[in-house]
Design a protein. Structure first.
Length: 152
C-alpha cells in the first residue's frame, strides 16, 4: 500500500483515540514503525473493549492490515534511469592533445619579433590598414621610472 494510505488510516485512528480516550499519538511514526503501530492497535482494542468504542477496534484492524503489506519499491524517475544508462554506455572521451598556440610570444621562432623586456610579439595591427614594414622600437631607458602599483 502506498504510504499516504498508511498515514490516512493512522491519522483517522489518531483522531478517534484523541476524541474518545484523550490519547495523543504520532501519525507519521505510526505509519512508518511497525512496533509502534502494533502497540497503538493493541491500546485501541483494549479501550474499545473497556469503554465500548467499537469503531476503535475496526480502525485498529485496518491499521494492522495495512502495516502487514510491505512498502512498494520506490520509483526512480525515468530521466534519472535514462541518464544512468547513457553514462554506463558512453566510453570515456579522450581529449585531443593541445595544439600549440600560434598567437603567443612563445610560439614565435624568430627572436627579432619578440620584445625581450615583455615577451610580447610585435603588433601587426598596422599591417591590416596597409602600413608596410616593421616599426623600430626604442630601447627602454633602465633609469626611467616604471609605473608599477601607482599612477605617475
Amino acid at each position: 500500500m502506498p504510504s499516504n494510505e498508511k498515514i490516512a488510516i493512522a491519522a483517522h485512528l489518531h483522531v478517534l483515540l484523541r476524541r474518545k480516550t484523550g490519547r495523543v499519538t504520532d501519525t507519521e511514526w505510526m505509519a512508518s514503525n511497525h512496533e509502534y503501530a502494533a502497540e497503538i492497535a493493541r491500546f485501541a482494542r483494549e479501550k474499545a473493549a473497556e469503554d465500548g468504542h467499537y469503531d476503535l477496534a475496526v480502525w485498529a484492524d485496518k491499521l494492522e492490515e495495512i502495516m502487514a503489506v510491505p512498502d512498494p519499491k520506490p520509483r526512480v524517475p525515468l530521466v534519472q534511469m535514462v541518464t544512468e544508462v547513457v553514462k554506463e554506455r558512453t566510453a570515456p572521451v579522450v581529449a585531443p592533445p593541445p595544439q600549440q598556440d600560434r598567437q603567443s610570444a612563445r610560439s614565435v621562432d624568430t627572436e627579432e619579433e619578440v620584445y625581450p623586456e615583455s615577451g610580447f610579439i610585435e603588433s601587426t595591427f598596422g599591417a591590416i590598414f596597409g602600413e608596410e614594414g616593421h616599426r623600430e622600437r626604442k630601447p627602454r631607458d633602465p633609469n626611467a621610472p616604471r609605473y608599477v602599483k601607482s599612477l605617475r
